[in-house]
Design a protein around this ligand. Structure first.
Ligand code: AP5
Ligand code: MG
Length: 253
């Protein structure tokens, strides 16, 4: 099972990835978590990435493509994986296509969590994370359920970084959806309900795609020509045309 979680900052990618990771017993590969681990370790990459994340900008495509390539080649990915946070640009999507082909794999589903802008801002301003395992928690939670550590606010959840994160997502990452729509892989999930309701819809979308492919395909190896249960796009926010647009027209992302 190879899944790609897609959505704006705060849309619930990490939350739903934790559920999928337990459900399918496959690794959760989150490029934001990997970068934060490098920052925590004080590595050369971490030192380079720290100011970029703090400002809500994107790390360069070259660095991110190398990072995901190294990660997907590790043995724990042999039964499948859940990618969260990659690809965020068209060059990253093209590189991931090439990598998947090289690995003899394809995505079973791209799960797009669609959430209103006001809700995103509210979730990000209140979000707490475990500094050790990076699990996310809603406001009011004191300790990490897995590590027992005191929870902290993420540096890029401070007000000054949140708007740039959403703007760069609308401008550079929303167009990546069309790349996967063209392949009939996108399931659009209403990300506005309770976490449990959304988890149910996510699992339904995955099982619908398995049925459409004629049953579970194990590690998700390619079976050319299999029909796909695609969900058509419905009124999502488009990136502003031309250069340097903003998030102003967005109601949801
Ligand atoms: P990354 O860590 O991927 O951040 P993000 O995309 O901004 O997404 P978040 O992790 O903030 O949100 P999420 O969707 O996971 O939501 P969550 O489940 O936590 O990337 C960070 C940075 O790294 C980027 O800005 C960039 O600088 C860099 N980077 C990473 N990948 C890169 C790449 N490929 N290229 C270039 N740069 C890259 O939920 C949010 C909160 O809401 C939580 O508190 C949660 O408990 C709560 N919540 C979740 N679901 C619900 C619900 N249904 N109802 C109410 N609350 C909910
Ligand atoms: Mg996340």
């Amino acid at each position: 099972m190879n899944l790609l979680l897609y959505g704006a900052p705060g849309s619930g990618k990490g939350t739903q990835a934790n559920m999928l990771c337990s459900h399918f017993d496959i690794p959760h590969i989150a490029t934001g978590d990997m970068l934060r681990a490098e920052i925590e370790a004080g590595s050369p990459l971490g030192q380079k990435a720290q100011p970029i994340l703090a400002a809500g900008q994107y790390v360069s495509d070259d660095i991110m493509i190398a990072m995901i390539g190294n990660r997907l080649r590790l043995p724990d990915c042999s039964r499948g994986f859940i990618i969260d946070g990659f690809p965020r640009t068209i060059p990253q999507a093209v590189a991931l296509d090439n990598l998947m082909e090289e690995l003899g794999r394809r995505f079973d589903r791209v799960l797009y969590l669609k959430v209103d802008l006001d809700e995103l801002l509210q979730r990000l301003s209140g979000r707490l994370v475990c500094p050790q395992c990076q699990r996310t928690y809603p406001p009011g939670t004191a300790l990490c359920g897995a590590e027992g550590s005191a929870l902290v606010q993420r540096e890029d959840d401070k007000a000054e970084a949140v708007r740039p994160r959403i703007e760069i997502y609308l401008h550079k990452t929303i167009p990546v959806l069309d790349h996967y729509r063209g392949e009939g892989l996108v399931s659009e999930i209403d990300g506005m309900g309770t976490i449990d309701d959304i988890s149910r819809h996510v699992l339904e979308a995955v099982s619908t795609s398995q049925l459409a492919q004629g049953g579970a395909l194990g590690a998700g190896f390619a079976r050319p020509g299999a029909p796909r249960g695609d969900v058509p796009p419905q009124g999502e926010v488009r990136p502003p045309s031309g250069r340097g647009g903003g998030a102003q027209p967005a109601k949801s992302a």
